[in-house]
Write a protein that binds this ligand. Structure first.
Ligand code: GDP
Length: 362
């Protein structure tokens, strides 16, 4: 917590870590995201989560009430977690920042019965190359034969209430996953045995269906971010915004818009921005900043709410002229009081990075 002396203006603040979910098809990426969002809503009623464009923010107090004893809010000063809504490695590989991954941290979902599959290996390869810290969610523990479910319970609690035989079956599958990770060069263990999450990958048994292990998953992600990524989360809250284009979309009444994940600074209405384009950087002025309208307020045709300013980390739809040639995965930078040519040069340099990475992917 920062002290609240209103006279001392501290321009740096900690932003929300950006979380991506990866894994093989049908292993439960979407279900896990839905579970986290759904439980957050139940826990905090209205306002528990903030729906962004392409992302969902879960604040620390809600994470803490979902995780119970596992997360004491006093131990953290990061404001929560921002989950990218589109799971899978296509969006992950497109979403880059300064040549690295846009996501600060990832969850690799592995079906505990199905184990490693081709896309699990692909995802691991991507995580390795982008050097993104990750944890493994060993999902669908409720499908282990003989499982006795305990809704939303921490894993240690639910593990103890299983029969000996069921526990053995789960353990066998978990150790197979740990072995597979080791074959790929990752030293891994069950998360409660991991001392240093920078060196070892933590495996968290979960069920996206019953919510078991979800408290642990949230606790491990918060802990990992707080402990090892705090410096990277320090941003200039009032500085010119920096982000990545998630998607380029035609929007009725607004023309071509870019759905953007902002990871530094702010973007304001009327700001001049530079966006990576097919041929050259696009220089344009923000005409509107759009966020999804809260569900309760959807009564008009317009799904979006106009806002004047947005701060990182956030997902935002930017409407501006001349965005037709903007590209998914390209950088977005606010110019504000900086030299326009410098900003254009930065965007060009980042685009070159993206092009090199894409060539490597192909
Ligand atoms: P994705 O392709 O990785 O996004 O996987 P989905 O989230 O769409 O899940 C694939 C299927 O597995 C769906 O039928 C889900 O209902 C089911 N599923 C996902 N998680 C769990 C789980 O924890 N337990 C059980 N029993 N089923 C699950």
């Amino acid at each position: 917590m920062s002290d609240t002396d209103s006279d001392t203006h501290d321009p740096s603040a900690l932003r929300t870590p950006i979380v991506a979910v990866l894994g093989h098809v049908d292993h439960g990426k979407t279900s896990l995201l839905d579970k986290v969002r759904g439980s957050a809503v139940i826990e905090g009623e209205a306002g528990a989560i903030t729906q962004h464009i392409g992302a969902t923010a879960v604040p620390l107090d809600i994470i803490s009430s979902m995780a119970g004893e596992l997360v004491n809010p006093d131990d953290f000063d990061l404001p929560g977690l921002l989950f990218i809504d589109t799971p899978g490695h296509h969006s992950f590989t497109t979403l880059r920042s300064r040549g690295g991954a846009l996501a600060d941290i990832a969850i690799l979902v592995v079906d505990v019965n199905d184990g490693f599959q081709p896309q699990t290996l692909e995802a691991l390869d991507i995580l390795k190359r982008s050097q993104t810290p990750f944890i493994v969610a060993a999902n669908k523990i409720d499908t282990v034969p003989g499982w006795n479910p305990q809704e939303d319970a921490p894993i240690t609690q639910t593990y103890e209430s299983q029969s000996e035989r069921t526990r053995q079956r789960l353990d066998e599958n978990l150790y197979k996953i740990i072995g597979n990770l080791s074959d790929e060069g990752f030293s891994a263990d069950l998360y409660w045995r991991v001392q240093n999450f920078q060196r070892n990958v933590g495996v968290v048994p979960v069920s996206a269906m019953t919510g078991e292990g979800v408290p642990d998953l949230l606790a491990v992600m918060m802990g990992l971010s707080q402990r090892y990524m705090k410096e990277e989360m320090e941003i200039d809250v009032a500085g010119p915004g920096v982000g990545t284009v998630l998607e380029v979309k035609e929007e009725k009444g607004f023309g071509t818009t870019i759905d953007t994940v902002l990871y530094d600074g702010t973007v304001k209405k009327d700001d001049t921005i530079v966006v990576g384009g097919l041929n050259e950087p696009i220089v344009t002025d923000v005409r509107a900043l759009l966020q999804p309208r809260p569900l309760a307020e959807i009564r008009t045709e317009n799904r979006f709410e106009n806002v004047d300013e947005v701060g990182a980390a956030a997902g935002i739809k930017i409407a501006a002229p001349d965005l037709e040639d903007a590209m998914a995965g390209a950088p977005v930078r606010v110019v504000r009081n900086r030299n326009l040519d410098d900003v254009i040069a930065e965007v060009q340099a980042e685009l070159a990075d993206v092009a090199v990475d894409t060539a490597e992917d192909g």
